[in-house]
Write a protein that binds this ligand. Sequence first.
Ligand SMILES: NC(=O)c1ccc[n+]([C@@H]2O[C@H](COP(=O)([O-])OP(=O)(O)OC[C@H]3O[C@@H](n4cnc5c(N)ncnc54)[C@H](O)[C@@H]3O)[C@@H](O)[C@H]2O)c1
Length: 316
Amino acid sequence: MKVLANDGIATSGVMELEAKGFKVDLTTVPQDQLVDYINDNEISVLLVRSATKVRKDIIDNCPTLKIIGRGGVGMDNIDVEYAREKGIKVINTPAASSHSVAELVFAHLFGLVRFLHESNRNMPLVGDTKFKDLKKSYAKGIELKGKTIGILGFGRIGQATAKVALGLGMKVVAFDPFLEAATLELEFFDHQTVFFNIKTISKEDVLKQSDFISIHVPAQNEYVISTKEFKIIKDGAFIVNAARGGVIDEVALVKAIESEKISGAALDVYENEPTPEIQLLMNANLSLTPHIGAATGEAQDRIGTELAHQIIEILK
Ligand SMILES: NC(=O)c1ccc[n+]([C@@H]2O[C@H](COP(=O)([O-])OP(=O)(O)OC[C@H]3O[C@@H](n4cnc5c(N)ncnc54)[C@H](O)[C@@H]3O)[C@@H](O)[C@H]2O)c1
């Protein structure tokens, strides 16, 4: 059987599939040629990430297709229900990148509390002429250990973030309207495990108690953090959005930074992707990344392996 990995797949996945006799095609076929390509090559499994769209045209016109697989979480680029109605299995790998996103949150937080985001901008410009000035500017760092992190949305990534925080010696509080409590299992290199039971609390309490806030909710109709929430947040807190553009009100965020209500913020996702507002890009108190939360080699390997396992299980 043939698998077309149109947006690529990690070698780990290719190897697992080939070991079970699947032929993996790594061609990137342009969107408008996909139907013909799938039919000409009798493709059984179409794997995509976010680039390739799998709409009704493909679902209706490719009778050899048995599985559509999405490497990652969101399936906005696939007509999932329609495909399932037509008897095509639709699979994804929702947990594969949770830890990658969690680590990115801490990359931002560690950077923010020691001014790395600013230092990395200014050292190349004036590091040799104004070394002492920069040293003074970045001298008032703080540590994460012992501080409280508030997690909004205590699902896969929220819990992965909590585990990293616990490992660092932080206190974790969480809000999730659909979850009362979660038991987190922290595994250490020597196979010791420690269990933490975290009961969720109200959003207001999380906002009031947290020195750091990290958002991990799915796409929402309303902002999770806007002017009202910034009023409740502890003075001088830091905030990270590595969930979705549109869950934090970017205008309210810039105001909260300008008024020094919050000390800094990090964004991996933006209301206007892929052209974030210039007011965000130029703001020295923001630590910014271009939606790379899930983009680690390890996550890609896990995605490849998980997809391969599911395909083998379905088509065995
Ligand atoms: N930055 C990246 O590259 C990247 C990568 C993967 C996922 N994500 C995003 O991360 C987010 C979380 O993903 P996940 O896999 O943890 O999802 P998940 O479904 O496992 O968890 C989301 C949690 O949020 C809770 N929730 C829903 N509405 C809420 C609200 N208004 N307030 C508080 N909690 C609420 C849900 O009950 C659920 O427990 C998603 O938006 C996803 O798109 C980003």
